[in-house]
Design a protein around this ligand. Sequence first.
Ligand code: ZN
Length: 143
Amino acid sequence: MLKEDRKSDFKLDILGRTYTVKTLKREEHEDILKNSCGQTDWEDATIYLENFVDETHEDDENGMLTQNLGKALNDTFRHEIVHAFFYESGLCNEVDFTQNEALVDWIALQFPKMMKVMMQGKAFDDKEVKDAFAAYESVNRQA
Ligand SMILES: [Zn+2]
């Protein structure tokens, strides 16, 4: 099941620009979602995610389907965030790799593992870690 804070629109600051994140039902927004589970509209600073994690899916007794769909939604969300970072860095019209879906996906899928290794190796300074935890905590307080 989608976390409650993912069911309604919410805002994210990506390199100083405010993005709106919207989760949509495919049957109502095929025109926006097209052939993927996520889209980013850079002109409107909006990330669209397909809400394919809803009550219509049957879970096994361990809730596995919902967990897998939740992971897939997060993977898609990170993919769209990577695109937005490229765009807000001014790279999208300059270099081809920003539109390389395999590369964007690789970053999105590997990022949690990279973050873990970087944390273990203390590859962040204290302010970066504090800022990241503060952002995480502020979202959880709102939910
Ligand atoms: Zn993409």
